[in-house]
Design a protein around this ligand. Structure first.
Ligand SMILES: CC(C)(COP(=O)(O)OP(=O)(O)OC[C@H]1O[C@@H](n2cnc3c(N)ncnc32)[C@H](O)[C@@H]1OP(=O)(O)O)[C@@H](O)C(=O)NCCC(=O)NCCS
Length: 245
């Protein structure tokens, strides 16, 4: 389920549940329900404004449910939800894991988790991309987080990909699965030319994810005063090899 909301009209309380479904079939010419719908449009990352067309009340709830749907990705094993303020609790839980804390200056406070979740939600609106939180598609278990950000890296505005996975779930390919979804988003949906990633030189597990994703070491960089290794992958070879799982 992707959204749940209630409203009152003429004294009657309505409750709406919105679901995200995967469809296997030809959706190029949908048949509309007579008398109920008179037109349709495909909504994607780049035309969410259509959802506000003709609205004079400024009510963004339906637009926000659709935004969540178009930004969510389902991979073979994971449901990747665009992080927003509602994920502060899960983000905090994730950052109580010492295996993650080792690379993020320790455990996060609830205030940090709340602020980060809010900032990431704002980034989806401002930049069109931001991080996902990852759940097991079947069990809903919290798996990790990751995905794209627009960031200034090595003096240039770039699309950067990153990941963090609950320590007990390392070694199962979840970070690679998140990274593959991010590269598809970058190269197939956003038409990006390049995606970069950077980490501490001794973060061998993160470097191994980059290499599994076909990224290549470029050079050492300084970021916020610390040394990192920068990896890059350009569009040319991605469009053929990121499709699939
Ligand atoms: C970086 C991090 C996400 C990597 O996690 P990971 O589990 O090592 O990486 P993956 O999810 O890609 O898993 C790869 C491993 O799973 C195995 N694997 C199993 N099934 C797999 C699959 N379907 N696809 C890919 N790999 C698979 C691989 O062989 C590999 O095993 P190995 O580690 O024994 O070589 C994790 O170490 C982490 O969260 N670190 C803390 C946060 C952090 O440092 N983030 C990066 C900041 S820059």
């Amino acid at each position: 389920m992707i959204g749940e909301w209630k409203w009152e009209y003429n004294g009657v309380v309505h409750r709406q549940l919105d679901y995200l479904v995967e469809v296997d079939g030809d959706l190029t010419a949908p048949r509309l329900e007579k008398g109920k719908h008179d037109c349709h449009a495909w909504i994607g990352l780049d035309n969410l404004d259509l959802m506000m067309g003709g609205r004079s009340d400024g009510d963004r709830r339906l637009r926000d449910v659709v935004a969540k749907a178009v930004r969510t990705r389902l991979t073979a094993r994971l449901r990747l939800e665009p992080i927003g303020p509602e994920h502060a609790g899960d983000l905090w839980r994730l950052h109580q894991d010492d295996a993650i804390g080792e690379w993020y200056e320790g455990r996060w406070t609830q205030v940090t988790a709340q602020r980060t979740a809010t900032d990431m939600g704002a980034a989806w609106e401002r930049d069109g991309v931001s991080k996902w939180i990852a759940y097991d598609r079947v069990t809903n278990e919290l798996v990790g987080r990751g995905g794209l950000s627009r960031a200034v890296v090595d003096g240039q505005e770039r699309l950067e990909v990153g990941w963090a996975v609950v320590g007990s779930l390392w070694g199962r390919g979840y970070a690679t699965e998140i990274g593959q979804a991010a590269l598809r988003l970058a190269f197939e949906d956003l038409d990006a030319d390049e995606v970069v990633s950077f980490t501490e030189p001794n973060n061998t597990r993160s470097r191994a994810v980059m290499e599994r994703l076909g990224m290549h070491y470029s050079h050492d960089i300084l970021h916020n005063g610390s040394s990192f290794v920068l990896y890059r992958r350009s569009r040319r070879r991605d469009s053929s090899s990121t499709s699939g799982s």
